[in-house]
Every structure is written in structure tokens, then in C-alpha cells.
Ligand binder design. Structure first.
Ligand code: MG
Length: 357
């Protein structure tokens, strides 16, 4: 198959990270349903404690909806500086084992421990040790997935959450992927799932009924990825220097949008998700971009760059609103996207430094 040695990849994902940090730092929040981000009136939930999840509260849910689902829900203001601080502490634990650490956000990362600094032969032992150290040195729980590639390691870390450890050994890969629901595949959202279901694809094994060409025909570029994943193949390397140029969110609608009013309404949660992701990755940007894909698959993008940085969500909402104002819709809309680019991460620190000087 591949002549290279079998890789040992770990995916570590903190459990309800922001919420757990708040509960750790504030005794009165322990054991209670809390939501980080938003308020009873407006905004989005960035993270929910496990107590809140029991009521159906989830991240990216409007806080209004969250408050309906769980009336005792306590809303807590996010403290990204603190999350970043703990994230660095966790990264430093990872770096004791390998320099091949690729963070995906403040609370999750891939580690390639095939050749690790401590010469530990089993990746599972490393995962156990890392979990233990995060617990004792940081005070939080993490879930870890261990397998031969990124895709499987990430699926595995989600399998036994919270405080979980799940290992997919090389000889188990094929059976595991065959029984895996396609909604667990990274990159399969609601629209893709529905399309797959219509084609009779519900589990990994169903993907194998299709050739690579067929899957490419139905799902474009992602088709090839789905084909490979069905056979447990994912050659993406753990890249410690991955530089992201933009961050964003988008959504394809099951029914095309016809008016600007609809566009505004449906764009709102996308902009919120975009902002949440940027915050999560600790990114500040100067450019906001809106993408509109029409029913005939032609697309337009409109962006606006401001001289300083987009520092608050309200600022972003304003910019987006102005962009939309200036767009003349040509056809019905099937997809909307919002992204941030032109990162200016050091800006706030630079500003503070100037203040001190
Ligand atoms: Mg997490």
C-alpha cells in the first residue's frame, strides 16, 4: 500500500475547553450549566459545560435558544487571554514529546509521535501520559485519539468524550471506517450528508460502492478525499508551521435565498461562526470578505479592509452590513460565506507596548 512506515498520530482535544476553564477558575460555577459567550438576549454560545449540554445546549447555538433549552443556564463572558495562557501551557506539554505539533485551535492539536523525543514505543502510552499531565499540571481533562493518520486520530478523540481515550490500531482501521456514520467524517455537513443519504451512503462502507470518478462527480474536490478516507487513507502530514491566511465560515442552503432580506437573515449566524472561529484561533484581521454563490454556481466576493483591525464582533457586523448594502443580487443565492484575512495578530500587543513606552 504505502511503503513508508506506519505513522503514530495523536489528536488531543480539551473537553468543553472555555467552559471547563471558567469552572476551574470560579468555584461557584462548578457542576452548573454554563455557557461561555452571549447573553440571555443576544449572541452565540462559544462553549457549553457538560451540565448545560445535558439540556441540549451546544456551541454555535444562539444564546436565546440556549436560554430556552436550559432556563438555569449561566452566561459567562469569555476570557481569551486566559484560554490562550492555558493553551500555551498544554502546547508545552506536547512539545516534551515531539516538535511535530499542529494546533487546530486553542484547544486541540495533532501530534506526530512516530519518532518521539522520549523514545516511547507506543503512542497509546504517550496519550495516557499527556492526559495525566494535563490533569495534574493544568487541572483540566482532555480526550485523546490515537491512530495511523489525522482523520482517524480526530475521529477517535471524539469517540469516548469527555476524558476519553480511544485507539484505532492499524489492523482495525478498515472495519472501523466501514461502520462509521458519514456524519462523523470531517467535512460532512448537513447538505453533504443529505446528498450522501440520497445516494444510499450512510456509513463508510457505502462509500466503497462508488469509484473515485463517481465521488468526484457528485462531491467535487471533496469526492477524492471521501474515496481515500473510505479506505482509511489520509496522507496529510502533521505540520507544525501551518500558516493560515484566512479563516471563515460558509453555508449552502437547502433552498435558494431570493431576497436581500433573506440573505441578511441567513448570513448572520455565518458571520457569528466566522467570528467565533477567529477568536478561537486567537486571530485578529483587517479584511472581511463576503462570498455569494448563485444558483447557477457563479460566485462573487466583496471585501473591505480597514486600516487598523476588526477588533469587535459589532465592528465586523457593521462592515458586513455595509458590504451587503452595496451588492445588487443578480440571481437566487445558494451559498453564503464570510471570511477574515490580512491578519494583524500582534496589533493589540503592539498597542499595549506603545502605551507602556
Ligand atoms: Mg474541544
Amino acid at each position: 500500500l504505502i511503503k513508508d512506515e506506519i505513522r503514530k498520530i495523536i489528536h488531543v482535544d480539551m473537553d468543553a475547553f472555555y467552559a471547563s476553564v471558567e469552572q476551574m477558575d470560579d468555584e461557584t460555577l462548578k457542576g452548573k450549566p454554563i455557557a461561555v459567550g452571549g447573553s440571555k438576549e443576544r449572541g452565540v454560545v462559544a462553549a457549553a459545560s457538560y451540565e448545560a449540554r445535558k439540556f441540549g445546549v451546544k456551541s454555535a447555538m444562539s444564546s436565546k435558544m440556549a436560554a430556552i433549552k436550559c432556563p438555569e443556564l449561566i452566561f459567562v463572558k469569555p476570557r481569551f487571554k486566559r484560554y490562550k495562557e492555558i493553551s500555551t501551557q498544554i502546547q508545552n506539554i506536547f512539545l516534551d514529546y515531539t516538535h511535530l505539533v499542529e494546533p487546530l485551535s486553542l484547544d486541540e492539536a495533532y501530534l506526530d509521535v512516530t519518532r518521539n523525543k522520549k523514545g516511547i514505543p507506543y503512542a497509546t502510552d504517550i496519550a495516557i501520559e499527556i492526559k495525566k499531565r494535563i490533569k495534574t499540571e493544568v487541572g483540566l481533562t482532555a480526550s485523546a485519539g490515537v491512530s495511523i493518520n489525522k482523520f482517524l486520530a480526530k475521529v477517535a478523540s471524539d469517540y469516548k468524550k469527555p476524558d476519553g481515550l480511544f485507539v484505532i490500531k492499524p489492523h482495525q482501521v478498515e472495519k472501523f471506517v466501514e461502520q462509521l456514520g458519514i456524519e462523523k467524517f470531517f467535512g460532512v455537513g448537513k447538505v453533504t450528508r443529505e446528498k450522501m443519504n440520497q445516494l444510499g451512503i450512510f456509513k463508510g462502507k457505502d462509500l466503497k460502492k462508488f469509484s473515485k470518478v463517481e465521488l468526484k462527480h457528485y462531491f467535487g474536490k471533496s469526492g477524492e478525499y471521501f474515496f481515500n478516507i473510505a479506505y482509511g487513507l489520509d496522507t496529510r502530514e502533521v505540520n507544525p508551521n501551518r500558516i493560515r491566511k484566512s479563516i471563515g465560515a460558509e453555508n449552502t442552503f437547502s433552498e435558494d435565498l431570493k431576497t436581500k432580506k433573506e440573505v441578511r437573515t441567513f448570513l448572520k449566524p455565518i458571520v457569528e461562526e466566522c467570528w467565533r472561529r477567529a477568536e478561537n484561533a486567537n486571530i485578529t484581521a483587517a479584511t472581511a470578505c463576503i462570498k455569494i454563490k448563485y444558483e447557477d454556481f457563479t460566485q462573487i466576493t466583496r471585501s473591505k479592509t480597514i486600516p487598523t483591525a476588526i477588533e469587535t464582533f459589532d465592528e465586523l457586523e457593521n462592515i458586513v452590513s455595509n458590504i451587503i448594502e452595496e451588492i445588487e443580487l443578480e440571481k437566487n443565492v445558494r451559498l453564503l460565506g464570510c471570511s477574515l484575512s490580512n491578519f494583524v495578530n500582534q496589533r493589540t500587543e503592539a498597542k499595549q507596548l506603545t502605551l507602556y513606552l
